[in-house]
Each structure stands twice: as structure tokens, then as C-alpha cells.
Design a binder for this molecule. Structure first.
Ligand SMILES: [Fe+2]
Length: 180
């Protein structure tokens, strides 16, 4: 059984903390006991739900560990995080679209985005990572007909907000105060 070590990474720069977190996520994803107890039990309910949701989380460590359940056809808004993050698809397939910001951030509520890439992640494809704010603007979802489950690790927030949500059809960005 993997345990999350409670030292260090919160004090490290995001790039280094993320580098330390990736092997932790690999260990969790490769741990049959962890998957049996915390991940796979959510699959059935994920098949019946209408919206994506966080099925399990623990925040009593420097990392926030979250199990995301993705019913078929669900996806997030385009968003970023005020922390680093890493996720691995454990069951099914997760589609991620990644964006970059092409304005200079000087106008309030305004952001212009350009799509960088689009990738379907399965478990064998490994771990996707984001750095805080505009270094990790993405949308994640499950366009397939079967439910999917992904395991996420987030670092500590660098600011008051959880992150920001973007609407590129209106070149709009707003703060997201709390986790959804
Ligand atoms: Fe995200």
C-alpha cells in the first residue's frame, strides 16, 4: 500500500515539486490495493451519473489526492489551477485539450487562447502535468461511451483562488474561488 509522504514538496518550486509528485502518482496507479479500495469501486456509479465529479479525495497531505469519475460525454470547462497538478487515467480514456494564452494578461476579465494540442490519455500513456495558472490551461473530459476514472495529484495553492475558468468564445476569464 502506498502512503503519501508528508514532507517537502509544498516548499519547493512548482517544477521541482511536480517532478517529485509524478513518481508518487505512478506508484498509486500501479498499486492494486489502492486501486481496489479507492478507485475501481466508483466505476459503476460513474456509469450512471450525469456530470463528472470528484469521487474521493484527501487533503491531509501536502498533495491533494483526488479520484475523478467521468460519465460518458462529460467534460470540464477550460480552466487552470493555482497549483501544479498531475493526472493519470486509470480506467477508460480521458481527452485533454491544452491551451496557451496569447494576450499579455493586462486587461481585466480578458484572455485570448490558442489551442496547443489535444491528446487522448489511457493508463498506458502515462501522466499529464500542469504548472500553475497560464502554464497549465486545459480542458479534460470523456467523450467516449464508457465511464472513465482518473487519479489526480495537486500541489498547494499559490494564491487564494482555486484557479480560473476561460471562455474563448468571448475571450473571457474569471477567477474560480472554490473547487468545483
Ligand atoms: Fe484541470
Amino acid at each position: 500500500m502506498v502512503t503519501l509522504d508528508a514532507h517537502g514538496p509544498q516548499l519547493l518550486p512548482s517544477e521541482i515539486a511536480l517532478r517529485e509528485a509524478v513518481p508518487v502518482l505512478y506508484r498509486l496507479v500501479g498499486d492494486p490495493d489502492f486501486l481496489d479500495s479507492h478507485v475501481l469501486p466508483h466505476l459503476e456509479e460513474a456509469g450512471r451519473a450525469e456530470e463528472w465529479y470528484v469521487a474521493y479525495h484527501r487533503d491531509d497531505v501536502p498533495y491533494s489526492l483526488q479520484v475523478f469519475a467521468w460519465p460518458p460525454g462529460t467534460r470540464t470547462r477550460i480552466h487552470d489551477h493555482s497549483s501544479w497538478g498531475a493526472f493519470c487515467c486509470v480506467v477508460g480514456s480521458i481527452l485533454e485539450e491544452r491551451y496557451e494564452r496569447v494576450d499579455d494578461g493586462s486587461l481585466p476579465d480578458y484572455a485570448r487562447l490558442k489551442k496547443l494540442w489535444r491528446l487522448a490519455w489511457r493508463k498506458e500513456d502515462g501522466i499529464s502535468t500542469v504548472l500553475p495558472y497560464e502554464r497549465g490551461i486545459h480542458r479534460v473530459g470523456n467523450p467516449e461511451g464508457e465511464p472513465a476514472i482518473s487519479l489526480h495529484l495537486y500541489g498547494p495553492r499559490l494564491g487564494e483562488i482555486d484557479g480560473r475558468d476561460y471562455d474563448p468564445s468571448k475571450n473571457y476569464v474569471c477567477d474560480r474561488p472554490e473547487e468545483r
